[in-house]
Design a protein around this ligand. Sequence first.
Ligand SMILES: [Zn+2]
Length: 490
Amino acid sequence: MKIKVLDTTLRDGEQTPGVSLTGNEKLRIASKLDEIGVNFIEAGSAVTSAGEREAIKNISAQGFNARILSFSRPIFKDIDYCLYCDVDDVNLVVPTSDLHINEKLKTTREKLLDLSNNAIDYCKDHGLGVELSAEDASRSDLDFLEKVFSVGIETGADRICFCDTVGVLSPSISYDIFSRLSKLNAPISVHCHNDFGLAVANTIAALKGGAKEFHSTINGIGERAGNASFEELVSSIKILFADEFETDIKMDELYSASKLAARLTGVYLQPNKAVVGENAFAHESGIHSDGVIKNAETYEPMTPELVGHKRKFIVGKHVGTKGLNSKLLELGITVNDEQLKEIFKDVKSLADMGKTVSDVDLQAIADNVLNIDYEKRIKLVDLNIVSGNSVMPTASVKLDIDGKEIVEADVGIGPVDAAINAVNKGISEFEGIEFVEYHVDAITGGTDAIIDVIVKLKKGDKVLSARSTRPDIINASVEAYISGINRLIE
Ligand SMILES: [Zn+2]
C-alpha cells in the first residue's frame, strides 16, 4: 500500500515555541521536502501575516511536484487568503470536540456542521482541493465526527484527516478508529501529536487501520511535545513495515533534511534522537564497536547510509582498541600496534577523569605519541569582558599569532558574541573560516554548572568540531573556537 506523506514542518512545526522562519528559510525547507519526495507540503497559514502569505505564494510558484497547502479555518476570509497564495489545497481545520465547539468557538454542533460545509463549498467553487481536518478528533464524539466527515465528503472534501491534537490516542484505539473511518468515501489521513511519546506508534496503528496518508514534521518539531517525526515514520515503514506500506521518500536524504531544519529553526536534536540524532549510529563501548567493525548488523538495525547518516565511533571510557583505531583512521592518522597501545592508554586515563575525548583531544594525544611537534599558531594571551544591563557587551583580546602580539576589541549582542567578534578581528589574516554551529550544554545543574561548548568550523572542504569544557561559558567558547581554528590553519 502506497502511503502519502503530508509534511507540516512549515506550519505545525513553525508553531514550535520560539520558532519563526523567514520566507527564504521556508522556501529552502520546502525545496528540500519536494526534492525528497513529500507528496503534500503544508507551507503555512495564509491568514497569519502578509509576510507569511508572500512566503506561501512564493512556494506555490515554484512548480514543485508536491501539492502545496495552507492551513485555513472554516472562514471565508481565511480561504480568500489561501486563494491569494495560489495554493493547490487547503487544510481546512474544523474543531469537532464539544470542548472546542462550546468553549473555544462558543457555538453548537449544528452550526459547526454548517460552517464546515459552507467553507468546503466555497473552496470547491474557487477550484481549491480540500483536506477536511477534524481538530481534537480524538476527544470528539465518534458518531458526530463521522457525520462531519461523511457530510463533508458529500459536499466535496477530497480527503479527510483525523487530528489527535493533544496527543491522547493510544495505538489500539487508533487502530479501531481508523478501521471504522477508513470505510468512508474519501482517503483518510492521520495527524498525531507526541505528548505521551506515542505519535509515531499511533500513526503506524492508524495506517494499519486503513489510513492512506500521514502528517508529520521533520525532527518531530511542533507545538508542545511536537508532532509525529517524519524520519522515524519513513524509516520504520521502510524497515519494519515494508511488506504492508511504502512511501515515495528518498531515504538517503533524511539526515540532510533533518540537519537543514535543525539549523534553520534553531531547534537542535537530542543526541539519542532516533534515525537522525548524532548518536543514532554512534558506538562507544568496546564490545559494540568491535562487533560493528566485524559486522555492522550486530548492533545496528539499519545502515546509516540508508538515511544518509554516518557511523561514528566515539572515543570514551568504553572504547576498545579496534574502535579507537577506526576513529584514528577517520581522522587520517595511521599508527602501528605500539603507538595504538600508547594512545589507548592516554585516552583511557583522560576518560577516567570523566572527559569524553573530542576529535581535537584525540588528535593532540596522537600527535604527542607520534612525536609530531605541533605548534599552535594562535594562542590566547588575554581576554577581558565588560558586560551588564546598561553597557554594550565589549571584549578585548590579546592574541599571540605566530609569535606576533595582536590586540583587538569588539562589541556583540552578548559577551560570547563580543569575545568571538574580537577574536575574529584578531585573526582576520586567516580567510575563509566559517562558523557552522555553536552548541552549549550545562553539564551539571545550577548556576555553577560546568559548561560544555562545541563549535563546528569550516574552511573549504575541511569541517571540524572543537570542544571546551569549563565553568565559564565565555572562556569555554573562546577556547573551543581558537583550538578549532588552530586545527584548520595547520
Ligand atoms: Zn497539529
